[in-house]
Design a protein around this ligand. Structure first.
Ligand SMILES: *Cc1c(COP(=O)(O)O)cnc(C)c1O
Length: 426
């Protein structure tokens, strides 16, 4: 779909363009496999000499249409859906790192990603160095080694809500000859398109705003097509030298700008699975159709809630990058001029115990592990997602013991505020 269309239009129209007599709405191709007339036709698919469907673990038309919509929204050349945000992050790194390699990562990232990178990838022989994303360029650059293959960060970190200086990170990555990978889950491409600021690869947990209705766990990897792998061929042998599992095909030579995303599909999906189910991709697509409308409402409501909280004397502190005076306000104005996301964090005077009592008193906002969907929800990381950590470890992860993560939904802002108000007075 033409890139000149605005995001609202892409949300509704991109990815699926039916031809004469075909269904107007993207169909669910609930089929593991696809039929061919001759053995030769199918053999060509197996050799990547022709594109086409043969097995849903690698590609499926429903998934591809939804991936194409996400690629259009991000302004990338191609995308791949995965079964979760975790598998998207795993594949994004594993596509260019192997045992003996290293990458650099912002320390303020989603807890699941932190564990995947710091613990599980280490077992596969891939090492990570976590850096303070607000540190000066030289300090972050000092973490790079000859075997470093990528730099990773989150546009808005979950749950600490720090805004990444994407241009700074892109500069550091490119000076060191590696791509910048950005997890753009919280702002979505409606509020930030990291490729415009120099990111090379974008990843998503589509489970959050993109699906938006808390129905389907999923993920996506989007390739900008901009990183010049051949210019750093010594670092990326997996892309720039022959793949024996495809009769010696070289991804950069055969697929050009699509090398990275094609390898992720042809090699990682083939060998490791983690395909999204076509049924989930269909639901994700329905969510994407209203993403633009929902993000605007999430941001409008979150701003109203943040302003209410910052004026309430029972509240100790509020963290929302849209509030003037927030540490990340300036970066947010640059990278997220139309709004950031619906997630706010705050603490109550009286600390942990008072925070817990407050949460238990909420009636409209539900206590759930989930974040970033249509319904307002709330979580206390110190007693839920991060409950195994001591107060000391929590503060090292940037999570205060009294931190309440409040995910503002698309209900009426007055109703959300009234619920908070009655819970504060309970
Ligand atoms: C939730 C989340 C993930 C993990 O995604 P799942 O779909 O739950 O596997 C990764 N990154 C961020 C920023 C998230 O919020």
């Amino acid at each position: 779909m033409a890139k000149q269309f605005k995001p609202e239009t892409l949300c509704v129209q991109a990815g699926w363009t039916p031809k004469k007599g075909e269904p107007r709405v993207l169909p669910i191709y609930q089929s593991t496999t696809f039929k061919y007339e001759t053995s030769e036709q199918m053999a060509r698919l197996f050799d990547l000499e022709e594109s086409g469907y043969f097995y849903t673990r690698l590609q499926n038309p429903t998934n591809d249409a939804v991936a194409a919509k996400i690629a259009a929204l991000e302004g990338g050349v191609g995308a791949m859906l995965t079964s979760s945000g975790q598998s998207a992050n795993f594949y994004a790194i594993f596509n260019i790192c192997q045992a003996g390699d290293h990458f650099v990562c912002s320390s303020t990232i989603y807890g699941g990603t932190f564990n995947l990178f710091g613990v599980t990838l280490k077992k596969l022989g891939i090492e990570v160095t976590f850096v303070n994303p607000d540190a000066p360029e030289e300090e972050i650059s000092a973490a790079f080694r000859p075997n470093t293959k990528a730099l990773f960060g989150e546009t808005i970190s979950n749950p600490t809500l720090e805004v990444l200086d994407i241009e700074k990170f892109a500069r550091i990555a490119h000076k060191n000859g590696v791509p910048l990978i950005v997890d753009n889950t919280f702002p979505t491409p409606i509020n930030c398109r990291p490729f415009q600021w120099g990111a090379d690869i974008v990843v998503h947990s589509t489970t959050k705003y993109m699906d938006g209705h808390a129905t389907s766990v999923g993920g996506a990897i989007v390739d900008s097509g901009n990183f010049d792998w051949e210019a750093h061929a010594d670092k990326f042998p997996g892309l720039c030298t022959p793949d024996n599992s495809y009769h010696g095909l070289t991804y950069t030579k055969a697929f050009g700008k699509m090398a990275y995303i094609t390898k992720a599909t042809a090699q990682l999906m083939r060998d490791l699975g983690s395909a999204q189910s076509p049924q989930n991709a269909f639901l994700l697509n329905l969510g994407l159709e209203t993403l633009y409308l929902r993000m605007n409402q999430h941001c409008k409501n979150a701003m109203a809630v943040a302003q209410y909280l910052s004026k309430n004397d029972k509240v100790a502190w509020v963290n929302y990058c849209g509030l003037p005076g927030n540490k990340y306000y300036k970066l947010a104005q640059k990278y997220l001029p139309n709004g950031s996301c619906g997630v706010i964090s705050f603490g109550l005077k009286g600390g942990r115990e008072v925070s817990i009592k407050f949460m238990d008193s909420l009636k409209l906002a539900a206590i759930v592990t989930h974040v970033a969907d249509a319904r307002t929800c709330v979580l206390h990381p110190a007693s839920h997602t991060h409950r195994q950590l001591t107060d000391q470890q929590l503060s090292e992860a940037g999570i205060r013991p009294d931190l309440i993560r409040f995910s503002v939904g698309i209900e009426n802002a007055d109703d959300i505020i009234a619920d908070i108000d009655q819970a504060l007075n309970a």
